[in-house]
Design a protein around this ligand. Structure first.
Ligand code: SF4
Length: 712
């Protein structure tokens, strides 16, 4: 196995938080570690945001779980237990449920922060040990609609089909619904460099975010109308002669239908839907159409909608019509959010997938993976429910849940309802590093290791597979998730199939992924540890054969070098062509009305991360972002009768949150914004709408109707 660096040396590793997976060094400091720069890692060049810089604080035993907890039958509270007791209780809870109600009464819920090895082992555990179809993960809430749109258009979903460095060298970027100046600050340098080279940055966001402030052009559409916006832009691309006819004829299919759908969306009509003035639409098309190289990058804004797949599809259509995907320094990409958001969706913790990004319904995929697992393909369950549907079924036909690396009490839509469903379970086991709001409801809490205490791989938003190395021993009493799965599998009669060494799990994962879309077969720990640790891009098949359509296919006698750029020769569809999809605008699941007249959109702030389970335990981050708020325009504030700093109740059909008002002219007057990092009175997700995208099952986090009430 790859060893942790000796005391006194610096361990090169990666941040535990977002999908940029910034490189950092960890140097021993007393009993713990401190972060040092790692400038040789290409993605961030040494730069880190405050979350990464302060990440070692979460290693401290003061803020985390260091012994298993079980719910006392006598008092109803959580009390310390031995690992044997705790694992016995979990195994008994799952076995009892399965015996009483069948395998599908056991649910498994994973996370986009789990390493590739853990995500793989969790999917295998659900399907082989429990035999349940009921597994999904919180990445469903993150970028699943972009993944579905990418699959539909290109035959493969890799967040960015090109390295981030290409962004600095392109001529125009339309950045849709991403506030990367706050969510992944070191990535901003690519946009700045692009602008310094004469390129244009166009930001689409209903708020004038720190990212939008950097833009040459800021389009501020009404939340939920990004699809209409993309259609209006495609209409103008056609009308103003920017279609790359040669590319469309040679490399795509379905153009006529997509073109006809876009031509039905006249710019003036699009202005009425979105609120973006026609001259801004024209200016966007002029800049994007004229650029020799250009990209559209999306993030949660257009993706977290009940029409997210079609919305992203509309932006992909814009890229295809102008001949971008598969061309140098051009194309479409999704800025995946969670730390292992990319790898987390490739290895089988998703309800409909097997390792290698294979479809669970594909007989060939089932046979391949079953052979690696040493089981009968017929024994593998079929697809299960998506994340929200699974949470909604808790206490109904799903009676027990094993949850790893997620905090749905804070992060799920319609969170009060989800919390009530979790409370109604017969049995809940949670593995986490801290006592999250969800862990606090569990029957058994298992304290597990985290990033710097264990070795494992992650795959960043570029599809770059990276080695995170152990730098420090975990506190006594803490075990890895792989140990937990081994211990449970052993108790349930399957111990042999669940090794605890990450490298051993990775080697099995490589075999399971071989020949799949996300092929890791040619990637080894040894390769990942070599050089600057810059990682290897998938697909990377084993052997020396090159892969058609890649820039860096292996030369004769040299291992496959990985694939930084996809689609250069062909797309991953059956006929090698990218597919346009004809899409039309439709409204949000819940539009404003007289009772709930304002649009709510949600998101993140610089100093907190996701449900805040880790970052809310870091003093420096809490000082920078101490609590929730609602951002609203001065005109709306005046109408409601609140001033900056006043408490205000934000009320939807699903719940109420009371938070301080933050009054700013940098948001549309018809829209309010809330970050979703906090529990309690300011829990934004009690308000959000659980309507699901029909293709990806992504919930509609980004738009719902609310009203504002000034207190008494
Ligand atoms: Fe960590 Fe993301 Fe910040 Fe980089 S940008 S330091 S990966 S949270």
């Amino acid at each position: 196995p790859v060893q942790a660096a000796a005391p006194g040396t610096v361990t090169p590793t990666h941040c535990p938080y977002c999908a940029l997976q910034c490189g950092m060094g960890l140097a021993r400091a007393g009993e713990g570690v401190k972060v040092v720069e790692r400038p040789a890692f290409p993605v961030n060049g040494g730069a880190l945001c405050g979350k990464g810089r302060t990440a070692p604080a979460v290693l401290s035993s003061r803020v985390r779980l260091t012994e298993p907890l079980v719910r006392s039958h006598a008092t109803g509270g959580l009390v310390p237990a031995t690992w044997e007791e705790a694992l016995d209780r979990v195994a008994e809870g799952l076995a009892r449920t399965r015996a009483a109600y069948g395998a599908d009464a056991c649910g498994v819920f994973g996370g986009g922060g789990l390493t590739n090895e853990k995500a793989y082992a969790l999917g295998k555990f659900a399907r082989v040990v429990l035999g349940t179809s009921q597994i999904d993960y919180n990445g469903r809430f993150c970028m699943s609609s972009a993944a579905a749109a990418g699959q539909r258009a290109f035959g493969v979903d890799r967040g960015l089909p090109f390295p981030l460095a290409d962004v600095a060298r392109t001529g125009c970027v339309i950045l849709v619904g991403s506030n990367l100046a706050e969510t992944m600050p070191p990535a901003l340098r690519y946009l700045t460099e692009m602008k310094d080279n004469g390129g244009s940055l166009i930001v689409v966001d209903p708020r004038r975010t720190r990212t939008a402030e950097q833009a040459d052009l800021h389009l501020a559409p009404r939340p939920g109308t990004d699809l209409a916006l993309a259609l209006g832009l495609l209409h103008l691309v056609v009308a103003e002669g920017h279609v790359d006819e040669e590319y469309v004829a040679a490399r795509t299919s379905g153009w006529e239908e997509a073109r006809a759908a876009a031509m039905a969306h006249w710019p003036e009509h699009v202005e009425r839907i979105t609120g973006v003035p026609v001259p801004q639409l024209r200016e966007t098309v002029r800049r994007f159409g004229a650029a020799e190289h250009a990209m559209v990058l999306t993030a949660r804004g257009p993706e977290q909608q009940a029409k997210g797949t079609d919305t992203v599809g509309a932006w992909i259509n814009l890229c295809l019509a102008t001949g971008r995907p598969g061309r140098p320094l051009s194309g479409y990409g999704c800025l995946t959010g969670q730390g292992n958001g990319q790898g987390g969706r490739e290895h089988g913790q998703k309800a409909d997938q097997l390792p290698g990004y294979r479809k669970l319904t594909d007989p060939g995929a089932r046979a391949h993976v079953a052979a690696v697992w040493g089981v009968d393909p017929e024994s593998l369950p079929g697809p299960g429910r998506s994340a929200y549907e699974l949470l909604d079924a808790l206490g109904g036909d799903v009676r027990a849940l094993l949850l790893m690396g997620s905090n749905p009490v804070v992060s799920a839509p319609r969170a009060a309802h989800v919390e009530q469903r979790i409370r109604s379970l017969d049995f809940l086991a949670v593995a986490d590093v801290v006592l999250s709001e969800t862990a606090a409801l569990a029957d058994v809490v298992l304290p597990v290791t985290q990033w710097a205490e264990e070795t494992g791989t992650v795959t960043n938003l570029e599809g770059r597979v990276l080695l995170r190395r152990k730098a420090v021993d975990p506190p006594p009493g803490v075990r890895s998730d792989l140990d937990v799965l081994h211990g449970l599998a052993d108790r349930l009669g399957h111990g042999k199939g669940f090794p605890t060494e990450p490298e051993e799990v990775f080697d099995e994962l490589r075999r399971a992924s071989a020949g799949g879309i996300a092929d890791y077969a040619g990637i080894t720990y040894e390769r990942l540890a070599a050089g600057n640790g810059e990682g290897v891009f998938w697909p990377c098949p084993e052997g020396t054969e090159g892969t058609e359509g890649t820039e860096t296919a292996g030369a004769a006698g040299v291992p496959h070098a990985g694939t930084p750029r996809l689609f250069l020769e062909r797309f991953a569809t059956d006929d090698g062509r990218a597919r346009f999809v004809a899409v039309a605008h439709r409204g949000a699941a819940e539009e404003p009305d007289a009772e709930y007249p304002v649009l709510l959109t949600t998101g993140r702030v610089l100093a907190q991360y996701q449900s805040g389970a880790q970052t809310r335990r870091v003093a420096e981050l809490n000082a920078a972002a101490p609590g929730p708020f609602v951002e609203l325009h001065p005109r709306l504030a005046a109408r409601v009768g609140v001033a900056d700093g006043d408490p205000v109740a934000v009320v939807s059909r699903r719940g109420r949150a009371t938070v301080p008002a933050r009054v700013t002219a940098g948001i549309r007057p018809d829209t309010v914004f809330m970050p979703f990092h906090w529990p309690g009175e300011g829990r934004a997700n009690v308000l959000t709408h659980p309507a699901l995208d029909p293709v990806s099952r992504m919930p509609e986090f980004k738009v719902c109707a609310v009203r504002l009430e000034a207190p008494g």
